[in-house]
Design a protein around this ligand. Structure first.
Ligand code: VGL
Ligand code: ZN
Length: 212
């Protein structure tokens, strides 16, 4: 494997709310930032996504009286997991984690997602209706990117759905396993089998750093 100008690093949601002390903390979340920074330093093209919700976001359990986080409901576009309030626009929880600052500084673009209160968005490409684009596909295509390497939070949600949509949009996709962390073991296993089925390769950061 060789990394070149038609490769891009996608850093998914390296935000305070997904790290220790945040409202939707992923175990070991902050711990992946040093690896992400090392990778970002080497890639010519770095793009960061940012979960960016309004307080009335449909996927917040708090907006459904009597509902609890981590249960599912039926919405207009299908089943939707309910979450604790997180990554609310302009709050410290939505800010990038300070340990991710070097990678964020390198980014040529920040793609914000989940801004529509009526539709959640895991993927950096499409909202959870799987139809409304964020513009990321067009950006990558115009830059001549053919392959994307994904890392960040969380492996089993936003990294997973971004990787799936990358393949659907005609990009090659690889997930950097040790530069991502999952919310739960069950959905982590589900993501792994989807990756295997779709041809999304799983790589290690050290392997990639040797490929420049
Ligand atoms: C995410 C759940 C809700 C993620 C975002 O970044 O994986 N997960 N919003
Ligand atoms: Zn979210």
């Amino acid at each position: 494997m060789r990394i070149g100008p038609d490769d891009a690093l996608l850093v998914i949601d390296p935000q305070n709310d997904f790290c220790e002390g945040g409202s939707l903390a992923v175990q070991g979340g902050a711990g992946i930032m040093p690896a992400i920074n090392r990778l970002a330093e080497r890639f010519e093209r770095v793009i960061v996504t940012q979960d960016w919700h309004t307080p009335d976001q449909i996927s917040f359990a708090s907006n459904h009286p009597g509902a609890t986080p981590f249960t599912e409901i039926e919405v207009a576009y299908g089943r939707q997991m309910l979450w604790p309030d997180h990554c609310i626009q302009g709050t410290p929880g939505a800010d990038f984690h300070p340990d991710a600052a070097p990678a964020v500084r390198r980014a040529l673009a920040v793609i914000r997602k989940g801004c529509n209160p009526a539709v959640d968005s895991y993927s950096g490409f499409f909202e959870n209706d799987r139809r409304t684009p964020t513009g990321l596909s067009g950006l990558l295509r115009e830059l001549g990117v053919a392959r994307v390497f994904l890392c960040g939070l969380a492996y089993d949600y936003c990294v997973r759905f971004t990787a799936e949509d990358a393949v659907r949009e005609g990009f090659e996709a690889a997930v950097i396993r040790d530069a991502s962390r999952a919310i739960a073991p069950q959905t982590e296993a589900a993501a792994q089998s989807r990756f295997a089925a779709l041809g999304v390769v799983e790589v290690e950061a050290a392997e990639l750093l040797n490929a420049f």
